[in-house]
Design a protein around this ligand. Structure first.
Ligand code: DAK
Length: 257
């Protein structure tokens, strides 16, 4: 098994487990990744997903370079679509996704981290988009998500030069939300995931949907969608419970409906 999935209460922890190749994403591994992501996105018991890499050196060192070198254009197209589907699932699944970046996140690895809602890094994390060094370009979303997550100039600098960025710079640029020593990375990710999973899953799902629109579409439509989603939440038991619990000075007991 190259992908490990375990559950702790309402948290799903998905580990890319190919440390001998620094968790580089082969086609076979991506197929497995896609099928786990589909399963997680259908699982209503999952309140938050944490994505990480096995070992202490790499989150995901990118697409599998050796395998890519052998691909025909048609195979390259299938590989592109497979990676895009995985990235889109991370971005759009109902449950929030946290990348626990525990080392190299290069090329396609950086792109999977960018597709997650939140990025937490260990001090040894390294981001980069080195595709131009191989005569190719990012294909799993970095040309859009890196600019939207940081800034257009910074994204172009990284994509045009292939320069690697360490954790402290990633933090300063908004690429990472927190940087912690490696042993504290998973506890930090679990702590945040547990906070998220303790909320009403319906309110979190709608909040994710509305926030995902922040960098796409037009503002007037997005405000309308926000108002629509906000008002739909008033039909849920969770909203009634959450608002009532405040006035009754107790913790809400959310049921996800
Ligand atoms: N692919 C395959 N194997 C990899 C790998 C990778 N990306 N990264 C590392 N490995 C393997 C190494 O070959 C080595 O294997 P053995 O020689 O032991 O068999 C093992 O992992 C350990 O690596 P090193 O010995 O190199 O370890 P070091 O600590 O010395 O160096 C490193 C670590 C991360 C700096 C170095 O391994 C490295 O530079 N790796 C390449 C990282 C990289 O450039 N990644 C980006 C790849 S490009 C697209 C879709 C997707 C993409 C592009 C287009 N379209 C749809 C158009 C994606 C592109 C990419 O991801």
């Amino acid at each position: 098994m190259s992908i490990e999935l375990r559950h702790e209460d309402r948290i799903a922890i998905l580990t890319i487990n190919r440390p001998e190749a620094l968790n580089a994403l082969s086609s076979a591994l991506l197929e497995e990744f896609r099928s786990e992501l589909h399963a997680i996105s259908r699982d209503e018991n999952v309140g938050c997903l944490i994505l990480t890499g096995a070992g202490e050196k790499a989150f995901i060192a990118g697409a599998d370079i050796a395998e890519m070198a052998t691909k025909t254009p048609l195979e390259a197209r299938a590989y592109a679509e497979l990676g895009q589907e995985c990235a889109n699932l991370l971005e759009t699944m109902r449950a929030p996704t946290i990348a626990a970046v525990n080392g190299y996140a290069l090329g396609g690895g950086s792109e999977m981290a960018l597709a997650c809602d939140i990025r937490l890094c260990s001090e040894n994390a390294v981001f980069g988009q080195p595709e131009v060094d191989f005569g190719i370009m990012p294909g799993w979303g970095a040309s859009q998500r890196l600019a939207r997550t940081t800034s257009i100039g910074f994204a172009k600098e990284l994509i045009f030069t292939g320069r690697r960025v360490k954790a402290d710079e990633a933090l300063a640029r908004g690429l990472a939300q927190h940087v912690v020593p490696l042993p504290e990375l998973m506890p930090k990710a679990m702590e945040m995931a547990n906070v998220i999973a303790s909320k009403s899953p319906v309110s979190i799902a709608y909040a994710k949907e509305a926030t995902n629109r922040a960098l796409a579409g037009d503002l007037a439509t997005n405000y309308m969608v926000e108002a629509d989603l906000f008002s739909i939440l008033f039909s849920t038991e969770d909203a009634k419970e959450g608002l009532r619990a405040f006035t009754e000075k107790r913790k809400p007991d959310f049921k996800g409906r």
